[in-house]
Design a protein around this ligand. Structure first.
Ligand SMILES: [Zn+2]
Length: 232
């Protein structure tokens, strides 16, 4: 059973960033067996089919945070996900991968949305692409760079989206070598929400995620999608 205590508290304890942005942590509600959620971002980029195939071959569920920009350039990748939609849930990573941050300071080289209006456009258009292409209505939004202006959190939730936080960073933006990523993932604990990437087939991180989740499964870990966010 999902309780507010079990699921909602993470979104309330914001981890303050050094530049006035936040990354709300998220963990799964407790269940009767050790369970994690693997979430994979499809930022603009390509399709990491090697990782996707390992997930399918091992029956591992994942929540894919897709951008409209990724959908537009990866018809084959989208078709792969849709052919295995018993394993893949589609959630909102925005239309153009614009961080939901007010002001002008860029993060990780990404120009921020700047205004609440621009944030809402990014989210609305991202959701529309998912509905149009998958038939699924996303209930979670994860901003580009997974960073948010604190002032943007309540408006995003008022649009009907949970903030797609995480508790275990597997690949630091697909920047880590495979052995490091695999070691991080293999240490996941019950209720962890793991973040990684599925848009960087030329980087080694994806192979690390694949190895890590296979190791977790051998340990008896179950994999779940993010459940519906709580409404307050
Ligand atoms: Zn991203």
């Amino acid at each position: 059973m999902i309780t507010r205590r079990g699921f909602g508290t993470g979104a309330l304890s914001l981890a303050s960033g050094s530049s006035g942005v936040v990354s709300p942590p998220l963990r799964l509600p407790p269940t009767d067996r050790p369970t994690v959620a693997l979430t994979l971002d499809a930022c603009p980029g390509a399709f990491d089919e090697r990782l996707a195939r390992v997930l399918v071959d091992n029956g591992i569920s994942a929540t894919v945070f897709v951008t409209a920009a990724w959908i537009a350039r990866n018809a084959n990748g989208l078709a792969f996900f849709l052919a295995h939609r018993d394993l893949f849930s589609f959630q909102n990573h925005g239309a153009r991968h614009i961080p939901p941050i007010l002001g002008h300071r860029s993060v990780y080289g990404l120009q921020p949305a700047g205004t609440l209006d621009a944030i809402q456009t990014e989210i609305t258009n991202g959701a529309a692409a998912i509905v149009r292409e998958t038939g699924e209505t996303p209930k979670w939004y994860r901003g580009a760079a997974a960073l948010y202006s604190p002032e943007a959190i309540a408006p995003i939730q008022a649009m009907g989206f949970g903030i797609g936080g995480f508790s275990l960073n597997a690949d630091e933006g697909a920047s880590l070598p495979a052995p490091s990523v695999a070691a991080r993932v293999a240490k996941a604990q019950d209720r962890d929400v793991i973040i990684g990437h599925i848009n960087q087939p030329l980087r080694p991180s994806g192979a690390g995620i694949a190895a890590g989740v296979v190791a977790l499964k051998k340990q008896g870990m179950a994999f779940a999608w993010l459940p519906d966010p709580l409404r307050t």
